[in-house]
Design a protein around this ligand. Sequence first.
Ligand SMILES: Cc1cc2nc3c(=O)[nH]c(=O)nc-3n(C[C@H](O)[C@H](O)[C@H](O)COP(=O)(O)OP(=O)(O)OC[C@H]3O[C@@H](n4cnc5c(N)ncnc54)[C@H](O)[C@@H]3O)c2cc1C
Length: 324
Amino acid sequence: MRTPPYVLHSPTSLDEALEIVNQLLQADEEFDWVAGGTDLLPNYKWHLNAKGHVISLAKINELSTLSETHIGSMVRLHDLSESSLTHPLIRKAAGSVASVLIRRSATVGGNICLDTRCFWYNQSEEWRESIDWCHKCDNHTAADCRVIPNQNELCVATYQADLAPVLMCLNATIHLASPNGKREMPITHFFALDGMKKNVLETNELVTHITLPENSGEFEGEYLKLTQRKSWDFPEAGIAAAWKKSGSNIDELHVASTGLESIPRLHSDEVVSEIDNWNGEDSINKISEVIGKSIKPVNNTNFKPSYRRKMAKVLIRRSLNKLK
Ligand SMILES: Cc1cc2nc3c(=O)[nH]c(=O)nc-3n(C[C@H](O)[C@H](O)[C@H](O)COP(=O)(O)OP(=O)(O)OC[C@H]3O[C@@H](n4cnc5c(N)ncnc54)[C@H](O)[C@@H]3O)c2cc1C
């Protein structure tokens, strides 16, 4: 399993990185960003959508700023999970990613932009050839999707990164930059319901940082994930919950999920109707049932969709337990 050859670019500033992008696109060359490389490089070894050029963000210091309300895209997950400046909910989610060795390289930007995963996709080239290829990475072969057969329009690979749901619950904003300028949006608007496109990033665009509202420290919360092994693993289902209370009143409550669909999702509609008529355990059970019905896992990860959906409901009840 050898990485296909590629040209590595190592800019030392954002401006330089965007200039390289301009030059590559003008020359009709394809490229990927690489941050920690803990996902991109294994994927390259398996010949999954490898490109001829890779632009490393490792030497761009301005992307590594960390404060209570600003998280640079190149902040390492280990630093995020150990810092006293990090919100406890983000700390917990960051600390649950993979192993300490991986977290020392893995970054926030790479986690948010993590490629979607699928049993039929995350395999070697020889394996994929033996099943007549995969739509997500071998589309020159006109392969069908193995999860939803007889079509090659929709890719339902699963988004299995841990940070997105907690950032959604804390009302985070994501900041992007390209040679055309900068833009920002609520992180809930960043993801695209398409296992191949994954998010709204343009070809020439990257994530520079995340910001949190000044009042995010007022939120308490929980992040729980279902994994095959306790030691390290991608979430088969991940549930984040965050709430703001005054006395016994719940002012705000957010629940978001990951590892269950092609995008992480904030479940606003399913939660909002319960807040005004909060009734402890009853409300928690209702929220868990309604969200359980709305999520649609497919058969492309280690556990069966029915089990993941059942466990998502359990994780929702457990994460909201402190609100009883
Ligand atoms: C054994 C193992 C276990 C793992 N377990 C987990 C887990 O439990 N939970 C989990 O969430 N992840 C897990 N991962 C995946 C991965 O390690 C993490 O998600 C990590 O945070 C990815 O960050 P990175 O910097 O290494 O990303 P990279 O591999 O560098 O990049 C990942 C993707 O993001 C893009 N990208 C990176 N930075 C930017 C940017 N600033 N702007 C635009 N695009 C960008 C890259 O082009 C690439 O497509 C695991 C990986 C391994 C190998």
